[in-house]
Design a protein around this ligand. Structure first.
Ligand SMILES: Cc1cc2nc3c(=O)[nH]c(=O)nc-3n(C[C@H](O)[C@H](O)[C@H](O)COP(=O)(O)OP(=O)(O)OC[C@H]3O[C@@H](n4cnc5c(N)ncnc54)[C@H](O)[C@@H]3O)c2cc1C
Length: 675
């Protein structure tokens, strides 16, 4: 057998049984080796030399098989008779378990029997082929298959179920595997006839058999080098999403011939030509008037448009609730599930916290990407009242955290006006509030635990460590690292005395804002429009030992922030407000060095025709003694513009002129219109 040979028959698998064993490759006991994936995987592993031999275990082994048939739901395979060239029992390195009955109890029994076989034959490594369906939300699917995969994974993840000899359990969750002769490829071939009328926006994940084979190969090879020497048991889980692709395009690729799409291409212009001819000649077909014929054409056109354009949009909107076919979003609740999904092999994913990027910042994830939102990874882990810290999972947001802290008589020195922002997002994006001592939420962070996708490592880092400031607001790390847990400094429950002041905008000087605001604890300036006459200055004094709450605020949030917080609590209101906002306006926030801000402000104030900006919120983000980033020591301005070509162009020109830092959690002029 040569190494380059990939496509082989069952016969080749037998040819490679122990008699022809290579010394470098692993010996693998494989269930499901005669199935679609099993055959191609065996052939690949043998051809690559990763497997020296593959011992197929099957309920119906072919007659020429040197291995007996075993029904794994009732029997434990007896491997004593399998000998190598020197007539010694073969040392098996891996069990690769692909077979399934799709039934919970029977599949669990298969696992028990295989693990007993592992124990009897001292096998150290176990690879279980699960499925990405384990990520699908339970509420909408009650499929036996999903239940079975979940329970089998749970069984294998419980160390009490594993014999001592097992050192590695690798669970793989592939999405839809396509390849020659595989079930999904056949479905695509069937769909190819209607490929041209499948809306282009219908996408789903496809994993090529090649990718799957290569991943399993690398796991087996990697394991040989690094893991097999360790004493500790490792249970590793990996979800393989493959690539998202348009179902229509994928189906077309699988067409036996290109006839349907050719027909469709011909029909489309024909359709338009007939409509024009009808207009010109106004024939009276079958006694039907020209108007009715035109109406029928218009209706048909609208229906096709609805099917091709509007229906996918509607489905995309409700995709959170659609599992399976159009599934483009996962909300994992455990670290294992997050790590399985964000593996760097899954290149077409977007990591999100609460996902305001999609809700409010015109940054929906295109259908080629799968969103991994951490909003359900939101447990409060511990509170230390001596150290005055709290540890949370990164999906925790302020609307959850503040009430929890209040119950303990605790609070935060700073938080944003809008509370539905995840703590994880506060590490990589410059989320801030009005405090001057702790301008950014990251200023309260004492410890972070994150996963680095490139190095495949979980890293813990304290505030006083050198690398801490390399992580904070580091735009290069967006998408590269995943914040898992965060520790924040807390304080005693505080109330606020608000002082509002109206000031002539002409009298307001921003160049000395930094000196002025030093006297305050929280400070922000609201201006309705750059050319308005008045500015509204708001400062909050913190009162932590109040005997009476009279005249004090429970929460510091301006009117707009409070309205958003109320809206976001209700799903319908949230949906409505996010849709209306996205249609009407764009919101971005820029951070300037004070002197640059003065120039910028003079420019936008000087031309009321050009700079149609609204709801401006100006803050000073003080420098800190301990950890500083380019965002510290800046003046920030939160800007709302109407969705118009002129204002986008104008924002682009301003950006190019002043090169401010952008709030990466909001709309980015640079990413959307410059790069
Ligand atoms: C109504 C409203 C009011 C707002 N008010 C304020 C305000 O007062 N002050 C302020 O500073 N901002 C404010 N914002 C902006 C807000 O801070 C950002 O949009 C923030 O990024 C949203 O958090 P999120 O959890 O939704 O992040 P997402 O939108 O989900 O993600 C934003 C970015 O952070 C990254 N990210 C998120 N979580 C993680 C993680 N765990 N690991 C790695 N990367 C991650 C994502 O990759 C993405 O690039 C407001 C937004 C809205 C909609």
């Amino acid at each position: 057998m040569t190494n380059s040979k990939i496509e082989v028959s069952n016969r080749d698998i037998y040819d490679a049984l122990p008699e022809t064993a290579r010394t470098t490759g692993s010996t693998i006991l494989m269930t499901g080796a005669f199935g679609g994936i099993g055959q191609q995987l065996s052939a690949y592993l043998l051809a690559q030399g990763t497997a020296a031999s593959i011992i197929p275990i099957s309920r119906r082994s072919p007659e020429n098989s040197p291995i007996n048939s075993y029904n794994l739901t009732t029997e434990v395979p007896d491997l004593k008779n399998i000998k190598n060239g020197e007539n010694e029992p073969v040392k098996i390195d891996w069990i690769v378990h692909l077979a399934t009955t799709c039934k919970v109890e029977e599949d669990l029994q298969m696992l028990r029997n295989l693990l007993q076989c592992a124990e009897e034959n001292n096998i150290s490594n176990f690879l279980y082929m699960s499925s990405w369906v384990v990520h699908f939300p339970e509420a909408y699917l009650h499929d036996e298959y999903i239940k079975m995969k979940r329970q089998c994974e749970q069984f294998l993840s419980d160390k009490r179920n594993l014999p001592d000899c097992i050192k590695t359990v690798q669970i793989i969750r592939p999405s839809v595997v396509i390849g020659k002769g595989l079930a999904w490829s056949n479905v695509l071939t069937d769909l190819s006839a209607i490929a041209p009328i499948i809306p282009k926006a219908f996408t789903r994940s496809f994993l090529s058999i090649k990718e799957l084979n290569q991943t399993i190969e690398s796991i087996i090879n990697h394991n040989k080098i690094s893991i097999s020497n360790t004493e500790n048991l490792q249970v590793l889980t990996l979800t393989l999403l493959g690539q998202r692709a348009s179902l229509s395009e994928k189906a077309a690729e699988h067409a036996p011939s290109d006839i349907p799409s050719t027909i469709w291409k011909l029909i489309k212009p024909l359709f338009g030509a007939i409509a024009i001819l009808l207009l010109i000649w106004s024939p009276n077909i079958l006694g039907i008037s020209r108007e009715i014929i035109l109406c029928l054409f218009a209706i048909t056109y609208l229906l096709i448009s609805f099917y091709q354009k509007i229906l996918p949009l509607i489905l995309a909107k409700i995709s959170d609730y659609l599992a399976g076919f159009f599934y483009i979003r996962f909300e994992p609740e455990t670290e294992v599930d997050i790590l399985a999904l964000v593996d760097c092999r899954n290149s077409n994913i977007r990591i999100r916290g609460y996902d305001n990027a999609r809700l409010y910042f015109r940054n929906p994830n295109s259908s080629e990407y799968t969103t991994i939102s951490l909003k359900k990874f939101n447990k409060i882990l511990s509170v230390d009242t001596k150290k005055m810290t709290i540890r949370v999972q990164s999906g925790t947001h302020f609307a959850q955290l503040l009430p929890y802290l209040e119950q303990q008589g605790l609070w935060l020195d700073n938080y944003p006006n809008y509370h539905f922002i995840s703590i994880g997002a506060c590490i990589l994006t410059a989320v801030h509030g009005s405090s001057l001592s702790y301008s950014f939420i990251a200023d309260l962070v004492t410890w972070i635990r994150y996963y680095d996708r490139q190095t495949d490592k979980i890293i813990e880092i304290k505030r006083d460590e050198k690398d801490f400031s390399q992580v904070i607001f580091n735009t290069e790390k967006l998408g590269e690292i995943v914040i898992l847990e965060v520790e924040l400094k807390v304080c005693k429950r505080t109330y606020y005395r608000l002082t509002s002041e109206e000031k002539e905008l002409d009298e307001l000087r921003f160049d000395d804002l930094q000196n002025f605001v030093r006297q305050e604890q929280h400070y922000e300036v609201r201006v309705n429009k750059p050319y308005a006459k008045k500015a509204y200055l708001q400062s909050y004094e913190e009162i932590s030992d109040a005997t009476s709450k009279e005249g004090l605020l429970d929460i510091k949030a301006d009117r707009i922030g409070s309205i958003w917080n109320v809206m976001q609590k209700n799903k319908f209101n949230s949906w409505l407000s996010s849709n209306i906002t996205q249609q009407a306006s764009i919101n971005y926030e820029w951070f300037f060095q004070p002197e640059d801000f003065t120039r910028f402000w003079a420019e936008i104030r000087g031309d009321r025709q050009t700079y149609r900006m609204y709801k401006l919120l100006i803050r000073y983000n003080a420098k800190r003694e301990d950890v500083n980033t380019p965002y510290h020591g800046t003046i920030s301005i939160d800007i709302e513009i109407p969705v118009s070509r002129a204002m986008i162009e104008c924002s682009k020109q301003l950006f190019l002129k002043y090169r401010p830092l952008e709030h990466q959690g909001k709309y980015s002029i640079e990413k959307n219109h410059i790069n």
